[in-house]
Design a protein. Structure first.
Length: 131
């Protein structure tokens, strides 16, 4: 009986994010996520993080900045616990770019797309090497 059930399960392609030393999701829960972008810790809203965080409140309070949502999804203000530069450089597999605090919760980088960046880099390298 078990073998027939296993045969009905479709094959799934799971794309895991590549290793990225300059970004880390440290914790999430209670509608927020604690992330490290380069040397800076940011506490940003995440509506889908409905569970209890794993880290202590003390760890969350170490964030350099926390986004406080306003009345709209992209509206709010940043509360700074320490001074941040206007922007800071980050890199991913040889690509360099700037991160910066904005008037929304976004900082111009979407780490969940790192798998796509990796695919672009690999395919761009193949194209250039055959040109």
């Amino acid at each position: 009986m078990l073998k027939s059930v296993i045969r009905q399960i479709p094959n799934l392609l799971i794309s895991l994010p590549p290793k990225w030393d300059e970004y880390e999701l440290l914790d999430c829960g209670n509608g927020a996520k604690l992330e490290r972008f380069g040397p800076y810790l940011l506490n940003r809203p995440e509506a889908e993080a409905i569970w209890k965080p794993s880290l202590s409140e003390i760890q969350w309070q170490k964030a350099n900045a926390t986004f406080i949502p306003g009345k709209g999804e992209e509206v709010g203000t940043w509360r700074f616990n320490s001074k941040l530069p206007e922007r800071w450089q980050m890199s991913f597999q040889g690509l360099r770019f700037w991160a910066q605090i904005s008037s929304s919760r976004h900082i111009g980088i979407f780490p969940e797309q790192a798998s796509q960046w990796e695919w672009i880099i690999q395919n761009y390298t193949k194209i250039i090497s055959t040109a």
